[in-house]
Write a protein that binds this ligand. Structure first.
Ligand code: ADP
Ligand code: MG
Length: 513
């Protein structure tokens, strides 16, 4: 499915309002009746039916009469547009660029911020491949399907609209994990914001590990990549987390060694580097970009050559020399930078299957580095491999023993790569209520809990959130009384009455495109 945001240019505030009303109706209806849409949107001058037909024409809605009445539901595209509109209204994005990645259950786009830096938007698309598979793999499906909204009698499990709900929960979880990991110094993309099924994050320079041309990687670089990757598994486990998909597809590698994110880690260690400078600097290297419309085709590429452009006084595009890598290896080559991505499937080390999941991660890494990136292991197999890996990636038994002894290190002598944090100081799984707390989970609304836990953790760490979604939405108020009664009706859900598909009024006051 192609995402074409250009339709947003011609959409009015009322159009978004009706679209959001359909979304809201999908909490309780698999096909939302027109009467409910009309009353929820509550347009002062009417015209809901006309707007519905234009939204249908733009394929933001689909229409069905199989239920015996005129019913509407959001399409994937409609859901995308609502999320994009929200991010735009909050000043997180100003334009959308090319698709730069397609995951199992996601589409990844590059976007441009109003400050002209590039970020990434990950659209979660659960159920795209196999809905049954999602139910099997994602623990939060069952938790949420069973525990939510008894008050309204909503049974998500029976709703065909569950894909919306699941994709949103997945995005919510990914954002919460990413933010927590980033906050304690993990090499993850910079979390920027989240709405509905979309996570906005920093653009990571480089390519996924599996795309690395092994013949272009020296033995020293390969070893550095391996050490950084392997350390991550043990370090996560020390924080009480198992990634569950820690493989060459979810590790990004920047061979040029200038990826912005690592600057933060460095800053944590010696307090010298200014994160913002690096971020701005590094994200500009890929492209020349100027006054983007909502969509720019072909102009943006995250995998482009390492170049920085700017327009000089005469209007000419000038290409600057690439920046220096942050660190160099002993042989003088830039030290590659490994960044971890893709978090929605993470679980707690207290999950009943944590051991198997951790061991699967370890085996994936061993296989890749041992068999595919041969330049490191150089033909060694079996026990020799284990000896090499063992110092860095602790076995599950070693981890458990460490925990019992209260040991704060996480294996190996690769402390140069990351900042180690004692698990005694912080168990992220507890903070985040990662999966594995099934009894507790079943009794609560896990979506809100992720947010609440994150807020709580931020407070524990003495950090303040950069993006306060609700506040920024309020700022958009234009004090028009035209929609005031509708605003009351569509007011932001409270903690006890969570709107599963995103708030309805969060972008109603947005300026038109
Ligand atoms: P999935 O959960 O569907 O596997 P991923 O998060 O792994 O999705 O992303 C899919 C692909 O998108 C990655 O392999 C990578 O190429 C690209 N990608 C994801 N996040 C970023 C990012 N922050 N910066 C650059 N590329 C990214
Ligand atoms: Mg992935």
């Amino acid at each position: 499915m192609k995402l074409d945001p250009s339709v947003m240019r011609t959409m009015s505030r009322q159009d978004f309002r009706v679209l959001a009303a359909v979304e809201s109706g999908m909490k309780s209806h698999s096909l939302v009746p027109i009467a409910l849409i009309t009353s929820t949107a509550n347009l002062r001058h009417g015209g809901t039916a006309k707007i519905l037909s234009s939204l249908l024409r733009d394929k933001l809605l689909s229409h069905d009469q199989s239920c015996g009445y005129d019913g509407y539901r959001l399409t994937n595209c409609g859901y995308d547009i609502l999320a994009l509109h929200n991010l735009k209204t909050r000043g997180i994005i100003a334009g959308l660029g090319d698709k730069i990645g397609t995951g199992k259950e996601s589409d990844v786009y590059v976007a441009i911020t109003p400050q002209n830096t590039q970020i990434v938007l990950k659209f979660h698309r659960l159920g795209r491949t196999s809905f049954r598979d999602v139910k099997k793999k994602r623990d939060y499906f069952m938790v949420n399907a069973l525990s939510k909204n008894k008050k309204q009698g909503t049974q998500y499990r029976t709703l065909p609209n569950s894909w919306l709900f699941l994709s949103r929960t997945s995005a919510l979880k990914e954002y919460a994990f990413m933010k927590s990991l980033y906050d304690v110094g993990y090499p993850t993309p910079r979390p920027v914001g989240q709405n509905r099924h979309v996570v906005a994050m920093g653009l990571v320079r480089g390519v996924p590990l599996y795309q690395l041309h092994t013949n272009r990687v020296s033995a020293e670089q390969a070893e550095s990549i391996f050490r950084q990757s392997a350390l991550l598994a043990g370090r996560l486990a020390q924080h009480g987390l198992v990634h569950c998909d820690l493989n060459e597809f979810n590790l990004m590698v920047d061979l040029s060694g200038v990826q912005a994110r690592i600057a933060r880690t460095r800053e944590n260690v010696d307090g010298e580097t200014d994160e913002r400078d690096w971020d701005d600097d590094a994200t500009e290297h890929y492209v020349r970009h100027s006054g983007l419309p909502v969509q720019t085709k072909g102009a943006l590429s995250a995998h482009g050559p390492l170049q920085k452009h700017h327009i000089d006084g005469t209007g000419e595009a000038v290409t600057e020399a690439p920046p220096e890598p942050l660190e160099r290896l002993e042989n003088g080559e830039p030290k590659p930078i490994v960044t971890l991505i893709d978090f929605p499937q993470m679980v707690s080390t207290r999950h009943p299957n944590a051991k198997e999941l951790y061991e699967r991660d370890v085996i994936c890494l061993k296989n890749f580095f041992g068999k595919k990136l041969r330049c490191f292991v150089e033909g060694e197999t079996g026990d020799d491999d284990d000896a090499k890996f063992g110092g860095i990636m602790p076995t599950w038994e070693e981890l458990i023993a460490d925990e019992e002894n209260g040991d704060a290190t996480c294996g190996g002598d690769g402390a140069d790569d990351v900042t180690l944090v004692s698990k005694a100081q912080l168990r992220l799984d507890e903070e985040l209520k990662a999966s594995g707390y099934s009894e507790e989970d079943a009794a609560r609304d896990s979506e809100l809990a992720y947010y609440e836990a994150h807020q709580q953790m931020s407070r524990t760490l003495g950090r303040v959130d950069d993006v306060d979604e609700e506040d920024s939405d309020e700022e958009e108020d234009d004090n028009s009384d035209e929609e005031s009664s509708a605003e009351e009706r569509l007011e932001e859900p409270t903690d006890n009455d969570c709107n599963d598909f995103g708030s309805v009024n969060d972008e109603d006051q947005a300026p038109e495109l």
